[in-house]
Design a protein. Structure first.
Lengths: 83, 389
């Protein structure tokens, strides 16, 4: 599904436990989880918020105004596309 | 590490290691890749298993057993508790050591293990057939080829999705979990405690499992529909503040458990799924160590046989054998979970009250279950199915 709004999902850097609960409920395969690195794949995310609700630690947040100004980490998936 | 293997197993938890062990024992060349730098760490688990479950795979060893339990206590919302009689013992594991031992069993059979190896995609040929994985091995990109890829990559599984299997867990079935290992408390070391009720753990339960003298795993799992209103960590913190206000917190972890039926598809395009990745979890208890290992054993054996026969269409035999061994039971348990999670606090209190009226020798899980049936007759159909199938 193509998203027309800006990305509104933000993972607070440094607070995540990397447990993967969010990845398990993501219907779009839009979260990449490494040993101690997690990122949202912007072009896949539909802002459905399931990851926000699932996070046991409230580390994933929804920002209606968009998250472009917030620090994010480039997913491996995108690095691969650029190569 | 070679460039080509018969089988690549993604993930070195108990399910992945057991898959690798039985596949290697069946004559396959096996590479197991673990994204973290350690096998067994970080632990994301309440760590309780039954004796009869574990002995199918390894002899119990005090080295990885934190506590041996012979009883469990069910605590109703009103605080009344029932301690059913239990046949057989169980263990609270030290998963960080247990997982190591299970991985060693795979290594003894000849499987190679590489840690800090993050798989980020499947390698496919021009026809779209899976022929290996793309990975970062110690941060360096690598393409490793294999005839079969087995996803044992846990609740956060993506291997199945890349093969076209829908492994997304519905939020109604995903348990959002938090756990703290606390020390400096008074705790019976032979008893698992389960707390139920809307105030402590709506739709799920809260557990207190002994982990050796003065230590316990205190954790909670609630489904995401409930977690949406109030998160798991808040419920857990409230409980600990109330019950163990002076405890030292040794670890503090998050997690997710797919309390769903097994994925409809476990085999596709030379990819197989085992453990949490394929939702091989007991939907009532959320326990997945032994069931994941059973799934891994069957998958490993079938994969090795398929390679020997040079017939990859035989891999689907894994789905059939899993269904026959545990899949059908998990379907029944799922329906029971649906009934139990709808119980009101009042119903749970009534069940505890009627269980306490039972003479002690009849205070078994079955006895309590029968009393639950009186409160929720719709469960009778589900129970009937257990005997009919």
């Amino acid at each position: 599904m193509q998203r027309k709004t800006p990305l509104m999902i933000h993972i607070v850097p440094g607070k995540c436990d990397y447990c993967g609960c969010c990845v398990g409920v993501c219907p779009e395969d839009a979260i990449e989880l490494m040993e101690s690195r997690i990122s949202i794949i912007d072009e896949r995310c539909t802002n459905c918020c399931k990851c926000v609700w699932a996070c046991p630690w409230e580390v994933i947040q929804f920002h209606r105004e968009g998250v472009e100004q917030l620090a994010t980490i480039q997913p491996m998936y995108l690095n691969e596309q650029e190569q | 590490m070679k460039e080509q293997y018969d089988i690549i197993v993604v993930g070195a938890g108990p399910a992945g290691s057991t898959t690798a062990r039985f596949a290697a024992a069946g004559g396959a060349s096996v590479l197991m890749l673990e994204k973290d730098r350690d096998v067994g760490y970080p632990v994301r688990c309440g760590e309780a298993v039954s004796h009869e479950g574990v002995v199918q795979f390894i002899q119990p060893d005090p080295k990885w057993i934190a506590a041996t339990v012979t009883r469990f206590r069910l605590v109703a919302p009103n605080g009344k508790s029932v301690v059913p009689r239990l046949d057989g013992a169980g263990y609270v594991l030290e998963r960080r050591l247990f997982d190591y031992e299970i991985a060693k069993l795979a290594a003894y059979e000849g499987a190679e293990v590489v840690t800090k190896a993050y798989v980020y995609d499947l390698l496919k040929d021009d026809n779209g057939k899976t022929v290996g994985v793309k990975a970062l091995i110690k941060d360096k990109p690598a393409e490793i080829r294999s005839t079969i890829v087995i996803g044992a990559d846990g609740v956060e599984s993506r291997v199945g999705k890349w093969a076209g299997i829908d492994t997304t867990c519905h939020i109604h079935d995903m348990e959002s979990c938090a756990q703290m290992t606390i020390a400096g408390i008074e705790m019976e070391q032979d008893c698992l405690e389960f707390y139920f009720g809307d105030a402590t753990s709506p739709s799920g339960y809260l557990w207190v499992f002994p982990k050796g003298k003065g230590t316990a795993n205190v954790g909670i799992g609630i489904n995401v529909e409930e977690a949406k209103k109030k998160s798991a960590i808040r419920y857990l913190q409230e409980f600990i503040d109330r019950k163990f206000p002076h405890a030292a917190v040794l670890t503090h972890i998050a997690g997710g458990v797919p309390c769903a039926k097994t994925c409809d598809t476990l085999v596709k395009n030379n990819v197989m799924l085992v453990g949490d990745a394929g939702h091989q979890v007991n939907p009532v208890s959320g326990g997945g160590i032994i069931s994941g290992m059973i799934g891994g054993m069957i998958a490993g054996q079938i994969a090795a046989e398929a390679l020997t026969m040079n017939d990859l269409s035989y891999l689907t035999e894994y789905e059939k054998r899993w269904q026959k061994r545990l899949g059908w039971r998990h379907e029944v348990f799922y329906n029971i979970k649906e009934a139990i999670s709808g119980f009101s606090d009042e119903t749970l209190n009534n069940i505890a009250d009627s269980a306490l009226k039972l003479p002690e020798e009849k205070r078994t899980l079955g006895g309590i279950f029968r009393s639950a049936l009186w409160n929720q007759p719709s469960m009778l159909m589900e129970v009937a199915k257990v005997f009919i199938s």
